[in-house]
Design a protein around this ligand. Structure first.
Ligand code: FAD
Length: 645
């Protein structure tokens, strides 16, 4: 081994400045080169021996390369994205050592590591400080310690860099052989068949890519099976029941009977029709559908487990579309007929007489209002002091007052802490801030306290992906994760957790993989809550516009002044439009009205098209319609409203 040391005189004391030129060590799986997917150090960084400094991706794995010595990075020879070969010089380190003894000690360390005693030891080449007069510190004199220490015996080479594969996925366990209908490899592997996943799969197939979509439960995901669609079907049924019995003022009275079982059967029919449609569309576009669970094993390989066994599928690109799952409230784990989550509520075949609902967010309020209209006595327990805390006071108040009118009882500022089973159902204990508790009896308790991303189901760690503290997988504007060839869409990729956002991201991700110039650049994502009345919003509120540096101007149209609303006997609500005072460009809107979820589309288009108030206010709207309230609100923002002051 050639070791050159230069003596430097530095500020009057003598130091030895040693330079280590660090070559890429062996990678796992016999690969001779790979792509540098992460460089965790930059020029000037100080590292400790063993710190992870580089990540190199081969077709089979990602190798984490650790620092060979304590020192300072004096040169970086590679950039993220470069292809690097084993033996290439990738970094240079400098290290000050005690002139007398440290070098000897360090040599001993290197020798020990070479013997493989202490786990992974990357190749280290030490050369002299390049400022040395001694010309022996040139590349020609570099010697790979793998050769010098062992006489070049491959068996004694340093342990390769750490290769990440999923801890509990030994390769031998990966497959029980090929399974019918599951390809050995695919260009695009989509994991999860909800709105994000199935849209991504269909779009990718339309763009000519070979696509395999793996879904572990039911095609259509949460939205079609246990979320948007079934809840809206239930809400529709409940609304018919309610309207039939609340039109005395119009001279209409009726005695009605509701059969929740039949309503749920009808809802299931709607779900089947839609999920069947998704399956047909996917197949018609040539997507290979697999019933199974996919987990990452390696950078370009997933394990797919089905009822028939498990098998490996190699992929070029993967799209993670695994969605979200309900947050389980500690102490309120799902339990038969007693502790229900939203999907259980949507499958009830008889309406409980009394239901205690924990959570007054959007799912809690939608389900509570529907069930109360179907005859259930609802008590809502909420830790905050109002419903729908994501909306402003006037909107929360309007919905709370309407819910109260429908018979819903609220317990704000209370936390549900435990439950016990009784003969007739449950008793739930709630607690207020000062510790005082109350017991509330009901037939069952429904927990709707939020949802969390389901990134863990794919074992993201196997490909070096680390979800955020909130469990989301971070992506760039094309949906790419930290690993360029793996994209994430929908609920798992971040807020807002909404189906239309998932679909939009699914299309962008597929376009990005196909090389189209696609990016997430929607002006705004609308949101709707299907309460009574509905709430819908898009873009900025007045406060948000101000925070963003605009001088906002606000226009408002109360439903009480809208002819169509009066003919529908629903006058609670309004349209509020926010625009930039300087340019009159529309910045956002909030609508509380029947069919607000439909009305918001007009303002969303206005935002996307960069329209101003004049364009909205000057567009002829059909009379009599609720949409005239949008036009009037825009006119009001300009001080030109006809039907309101
Ligand atoms: P999901 O729809 O959750 O789909 C993910 C799929 O991935 C699931 O089918 C799951 O089984 C599968 N999966 C997970 N891990 C794996 C794996 N390892 N292998 C294979 N498959 C896997 N949004 C709206 O926009 N409007 C609404 O009105 C609305 N109402 C809702 C009402 C309720 C009661 C609920 C619960 C949600 C509602 N949502 C609504 C939210 C909406 O359902 C989600 O935003 C949407 O489903 C997200 O789509 P996604 O594709 O990201 O995930």
């Amino acid at each position: 081994m050639v070791l050159h040391i230069k003596d430097n005189i530095n500020h009057g004391y003598e130091v030895e400045l040693m330079t280590y030129r660090f070559e890429l060590p062996e990678l796992g799986s016999e690969a001779t080169d790979g792509k540098l997917v992460a460089r965790h150090v930059a020029h000037g960084d100080v590292v400790e021996e063993g710190d992870t400094i580089l990540e190199v991706e081969t077709s089979k794995s990602v190798s984490e390369i650790s620092a060979p010595v304590d020192g300072r990075v004096s040169e970086t020879h590679v950039e993220t994205g470069d292809t690097v070969a084993v033996g290439d010089v990738v970094l240079t380190f400098e290290r000050d050592v005690d002139a007398a003894g440290d070098e000897a000690a360090h040599s001993a360390t290197v020798e020990r590591d070479r013997e493989g005693e202490d786990g992974p030891t990357p190749a280290v080449t030490r050369v002299t400080d390049t400022t040395s007069d001694d010309d022996s510190g040139t590349d020609a004199n570099r010697v790979d310690p793998r050769e010098t220490a062992t006489g070049g015996d491959a068996a004694d080479r340093p342990t390769p860099a750490v290769t990440r594969v999923s801890d509990d996925e030994p390769t031998a366990d990966l497959s029980t052989g090929r399974l019918d209908g599951i390809p050995e490899s695919t260009e695009v592997l989509v994991i999860g068949g909800g709105p994000g996943g199935y849209v991504a799969a269909i779009r990718a197939a339309q763009l000519g890519l070979e696509v395999t979509l793996v879904e572990k439960d039911a095609l259509g995901g949460t939205c079609l099976n246990t979320g948007c669609i079934p809840s809206k079907a239930l809400i529709h049924g409940a609304e018919i029941a309610h309207e039939a019995t609340s039109a005395e003022a119009l001279g209409i009275t009726a005695e009605i009977e509701t059969d929740l079982g039949q309503l749920v059967d009808w809802k299931d029919g709607v779900v089947d029709r839609l999920t069947g449609g998704v399956e047909g569309l996917a197949q018609a576009n040539g997507v290979t559908l697999v019933d199974g669970t996919a987990t990452f094993v390696d950078d370009h390989r997933a394990k797919v487990t089905t009822d028939d066994g498990k098998t490996a599928v190699d992929f070029e690109y993967a799209i993670i579309a695994t969605g979200s799952r309900p947050l389980v409230l500690p102490g309120f784990e799902p339990q038969g007929d007693h502790v229900l989550y939203s999907s259980d509520v949507l499958d009830l075949d008889t309406a409980p007489d009394e239901l205690l609902v924990i959570g007054a967010g959007y799912i809690g309020m939608e389900l509570s209002m529907a069930l109360t209209k179907l005859g259930t006595d609802i008590t809502v327990v909420e830790m905050f002091d109002d419903v729908l805390p994501m909306y402003g006071d006037d909107i929360s108040r309007l919905i709370r007052e309407r819910a109260t009118e429908l018979g819903i009882e609220f317990r704000f500022g209370e936390a549900a802490t435990e439950w016990t089973e009784t003969d007739g159902g449950v008793v739930v204990t709630t607690e207020i801030e000062d510790g005082e508790t109350t017991d509330i009896a009901a037939d069952a308790v429904a927990v709707v306290t939020g949802r969390q991303p389901a990134a863990d189901t794919v074992k993201p760690e196997a490909i070096g992906l680390e979800p955020t503290d909130d469990g989301f997988i971070e992506t760039d504007a094309q949906g790419r994760t930290d690993r360029d060839h793996v994209l994430a869409v929908g609920d798992v990729a971040g807020e807002p957790m909404l189906a239309h956002k998932a679909m939009y991201e699914g299309e962008i991700a597929a376009d990005a993989i196909a090389g189209e110039p696609a990016a997430l650049d929607a002006a705004a994502v609308p949101a709707a809550v299907f309460t009574d009345p509905e709430i819908a919003s898009v873009g900025l509120t007045s406060d948000e516009a101000e925070e963003a540096g605009y001088t906002p101007v606000v226009g408002r149209m109360p439903l009480g002044a809208n002819g169509r609303a009066l003919t529908m006997d629903t006058t609670d609500g309004f349209v509020r439009i926010v625009a930039d005072a300087a340019t009159e460009r529309v910045l956002g809107a909030e609508i509380v009205a029947p069919n607000a979820s439909e009305l918001i589309g007009e303002v969303t288009v206005a935002l996307e098209a960069g329209m101003d108030l004049e364009a909205l206010a000057g567009t002829i709207h059909t009379h009599p319609t609720l949409s005239e309230a949008v036009m009037e609100a825009a006119a009001d923002a300009r001080g030109e409203a006809i039907h309101t002051q």
